[in-house]
Ligand binder design. Structure first.
Ligand code: ADP
Ligand code: MG
Length: 312
């Protein structure tokens, strides 16, 4: 199977919203008047982000999910994606499964694959560009947190890191391999939240980006941060702390909002049937993050994750 046969067979789908999709030198899109385009890219590399025997369907899902998560964190509605794929050989079974995982997620949110690039590569590499739309002026910047804001998080944290450590815990492994991008939440937080970020590298590190960009500090209450029951029941306090505070790959949204928005956020939580938990407060002053433990004493936690470090 040649390059063009591969593209035609697995990735060429007629778009609806885009003016032009796969098959020409460029795709063409026309954003609606009054909207801004949100654009992001994320790369997954074999040996670094996934193992050679990783399930291709889950990979197709995850590679798109991490990009949709970035759009959600800006409050953008996902619209289009481009896929640059490097594979050692054209293996139909692998490609079919990968495409099935990719398109199942894409179809759920009306995302159209409108182009990409395909090449041979000694290691599998998956690089996706995702484009979304957001009404002018309402995107949620990391720099928008204000002193006095509440700090909120969606869902639970620590599940994906637990899945890495304990792949036999099924729900945790699912979190790691098939994260759910909080697309509806991101869109609904427009005008409600100030700053937002998705938790890809761990809560303390990612919230730290908001603090840096906004030039504010924060305190968190460790006990208020929701975590999987399986993590608590292990009874391993250090692992629990590391997974909840420093574990990556959960793709929940952390956001800040005025305390007067508490009722509106609770109502949104009920409507989306997604837990939204108030876990701390933003302060004026230096960009320090203090996490209070169960006894009220500040906890020590692992510093944020570095993509050029050896941890992952
Ligand atoms: P060009 O040489 O102009 O870059 P290519 O020959 O690389 O074009 O690709 C042909 C068409 O197929 C282009 O429209 C490109 O966007 C699309 N394409 C290539 N690889 C993929 C892929 N993996 N997924 C989706 N579209 C792809
Ligand atoms: Mg090309």
């Amino acid at each position: 199977m040649g390059e063009f046969e591969l593209i035609r067979r697995f990735f060429d789908r007629a778009p609806n919203r885009a003016l032009l999709g796969v098959g020409d030198d460029c795709a063409l899109v026309r954003p609606d008047a009054g909207l801004e385009l949100a654009i992001t890219t994320d790369m997954l590399i074999e040996g670094r982000h996934f193992l050679p025997d990783a399930a291709p369907r889950a990979l197709g899902h995850k590679s798109l999910a991490v990009n949709l998560s970035d759009l959600a964190a800006m409050g953008a509605a996902p619209r289009w994606a481009l896929l640059a794929l490097g594979v050692p050989a054209a293996e139909p079974k692998w490609l079919e499964e990968f495409a099935a995982g990719f398109f199942a997620l894409a179809d759920r949110f009306g995302v159209e694959l409108i182009g990409g690039d395909t090449t041979r590569s000694p290691l599998r590499t998956i690089s996706i560009v995702a484009l979304g739309e957001v009404p002018a002026g309402v995107a949620m910047y990391r720099s928008a947190a204000l002193p006095g804001d509440d700090v909120w998080v969606s869902g639970e944290l620590g599940g994906a890191a637990l899945g890495l450590k304990h792949p036999e815990i099924e729900a945790a492994a699912q979190r790691l391999h098939q994260p759910e991008p909080r697309v509806e939440l991101g869109e609904r937080l427009r005008g409600l939240a100030h700053a937002a970020i998705d938790v890809s590298d761990g809560l303390t590190g990612d919230l730290g980006h908001i603090l840096e960009r906004s030039q504010v500090g924060a305190t968190l209450d460790f006990e208020r941060i929701p975590r999987p029951a399986a993590l608590r029941s292990l009874g391993h306090r250090e692992l629990e702390r590391d997974c909840v505070l420093s574990g990556g790959d959960d793709y929940e949204l952390v956001f800040t909002a005025d305390p007067r928005r508490r009722d509106a956020i609770a109502a949104l939580s009920a409507e989306l049937q997604l837990p939204l938990s108030r876990i701390g407060t933003i302060h004026a002053g230096d960009t320090k993050l203090v996490v209070h433990g169960p006894d009220g004493v500040p906890m020590a936690y692992r510093s944020s994750f570095d993509h050029f470090g050896d941890a992952k």
